[in-house]
Ligand binder design. Structure first.
Ligand SMILES: Cc1cc2nc3c(=O)[nH]c(=O)nc-3n(C[C@H](O)[C@H](O)[C@H](O)COP(=O)(O)OP(=O)(O)OC[C@H]3O[C@@H](n4cnc5c(N)ncnc54)[C@H](O)[C@@H]3O)c2cc1C
Ligand code: SF4
Length: 488
């Protein structure tokens, strides 16, 4: 423990943000990280609890009290070693993790939690600046080959672990760049893509081969998922050519809203809108980009994806942005004795909301209205929730202007044709069926085919994808070698 009285002496300090007026002019990151001295002071607030609930609250089980202590002692090099021992990509989580660890922090019982995420952010940014993040190629090669389908955080974490265990790893990605939703989903203003590029360089030096623009199996003809593939590889070829295959293709089928008027022009899935801006930021030219300039934008769905549509629409210069959420507005402050150390139910206001957005809670969309085939409005109704059941409030119908409607209601499951091509059984929600415990962890019903990340657990978080990628890598290593030294 760094400083015994630290938690009594120092207040929690949040990371800074560039002012709204400046940051909405571009797509760059705008969070101002803690300085070394600030990080040290924040780390001193950690009480090194006998039972560190934060460590359990973190899906990759980051060893938080240890890195806090090391930062307090200015031993940044060992701090990054501790952080990397559980997390391949702290620069991703240090930026975009919702930090369930902080909800679980013991200080959060009656005070403000330790700023764990901001300390993680400071450690990894310092490590890159100092040149401490280097390739770690395996000392010996096993001669075994592994195909990883999908280059999101699950596929990347698995590929890095497997390459470091000495296997020959090839990552197949249908899009033109590596990164999954980190690349073509999460906007640059939350995470700039250079963070992915330098990890790709590191992993290539560790022996990982990336094959972008290659679709494994096929997509349905009417599929609206991102796909810039120029080549296709069949599931059978992959099974024949590799000793093991890990499916980490995410959960890409967006939830639709089949109400009258859905076929009007101007109504799109969030995942048709967001990737285009990321491509343009990367320097690509796109004909007919979906834009929000001068438009009344309605975002349907109150989660992260919806919030990213709000931030992107404001950067385009939307006339107005309104976000709908079907559930009632949560309380501003959680009931801590009831929820700690678990993820609390409370109102979450993102930096994108602060940039300008009307938020409507307990509202359902009845119909899209239009003229000449184009959407012009949305008909809504207020809803009430009783005993888990939703009821419309009579007489509460309203019509709101809309020139662009973005559907951000989450993802139902992975694209079925991909799992079907491998003959992989699905669970009740349509995800790849594979457990996480026992000696058959992450294994599907098909010999030598494994599954991890959103493709296995359904839509989730980056930190969960990293956890699953790491654990699946160990399972694959065990399957190939009979035993594994990779951490679980
Ligand atoms: C807009 C948006 C914002 C989000 N914001 C956050 C956030 O702030 N914090 C957070 O923690 N989480 C966030 N998430 C969730 C998070 O991004 C996902 O949970 C995570 O990326 C899942 O990782 P994954 O590796 O399982 O899959 P993905 O990241 O979905 O990657 C799967 C990859 O597989 C590729 N692929 C699929 N099928 C094939 C195939 N047949 N052949 C070749 N390639 C294939 C896809 O093209 C894709 O690149 C957000 C999600 C979205 C959509
Ligand atoms: S990865 Fe997320 S949950 Fe884990 S320590 Fe970092 S911010 Fe907390």
């Amino acid at each position: 423990m760094g400083k015994v009285t630290g938690f009594m002496e120092y207040e929690r300090l949040e990371e800074g943000y560039q002012p709204v007026a400046a940051r909405v002019k571009n797509y760059k990151e705008f969070v101002i990280g803690l300085s070394s001295d600030q990080s040290k002071q924040q780390a001193a607030r950690c009480m090194d609890c006998g039972t560190p609930f934060c460590n359990n609250g973190c899906p990759v089980n980051n060893i938080i009290p240890d890195f806090n202590d090391l930062v307090y002692r200015s031993d940044w090099q060992n701090a990054i070693a501790v952080l990397h021992s559980t997390n391949n990509f702290p620069e991703f989580t240090g930026r975009i993790c919702p930090a369930p660890c902080e909800a679980a922090c013991t200080l959060n019982v009656n005070d403000d939690a330790v700023g764990i995420k901001s300390i993680e952010h400071a450690i990894i940014d310092r490590a890159w600046e100092e040149g401490w993040v280097l390739p770690q190629p395996a000392a010996t090669q096993t001669g075994k080959t592994v195909a990883v389908v999908g280059s999101g955080p699950a596929g990347l974490a698995a590929a890095q672990q497997l390459a470091r265990a000495g296997h020959s790893v090839t990552v197949f990605e249908k899009n033109d760049r590596v990164g999954g939703l980190l690349r073509y989903g999460i906007p640059d203003f939350k995470m700039e893509k250079s963070h992915i590029d330098r990890r790709v360089t590191q992993m290539e030096a560790e022996g990982v081969v990336f094959r972008t623009g290659v679709l494994v199996a096929s997509l349905p003809a009417d599929s609206k998922v991102t796909n810039w593939a120029k080549e296709t590889v069949s599931a059978d070829d992959l099974k024949a050519q590799f000793d093991a295959v890990l499916l980490a293709g995410g959960s890409e089928a967006s939830r639709d809203l089949p109400v009258p008027g859905r076929d009007l022009a101007g109504i799109h899935f969030a995942m048709e809108f967001l990737p285009q801006q990321n491509k343009i930021n990367a320097g690509d030219k796109l004909k007919g980009q979906l834009r929000a300039d001068g438009k009344h934008v309605i975002v349907i769905g109150g989660g992260d994806t919806g919030s990213d549509c709000v931030g992107t629409s404001n950067r385009h210069g939307a006339k107005s942005v309104t976000q709908f959420e079907l559930m009632p507005q949560p309380p501003e402050v959680e009931d801590r004795p009831l929820t700690w150390p678990y993820w609390p139910y409370k109102l979450r206001t993102s930096s994108s909301h602060d940039e300008g957005c009307e938020r409507e809670f307990a509202v359902a969309t009845k119909e899209f209205l239009g003229e000449k085939g184009k959407v012009t409005g949305v008909k809504t109704v207020r809803v009430e929730w009783q005993g888990g059941k939703m009821q419309e409030v009579p007489g509460s119908e309203q019509v709101l202007k809309a020139d662009l409607v973005l559907l951000a209601m989450g993802f139902v499951n992975p694209v079925a044709t991909i799992l079907d091509a491998f003959g992989v059984a699905k669970d009740a929600r349509g995800n790849a069926k594979a457990g996480t415990e026992t000696s058959a962890a992450y294994q599907t019903n098909v010999g030598k085919v494994f599954a991890a990340g959103d493709m296995r657990r359904g839509q989730s978080l980056v930190v969960w994808a990293i956890r699953e990628g790491r654990q699946a890598a160990r399972a694959v290593d065990e399957f190939l070698m009979g035993a594994s030294l990779l951490p679980r």
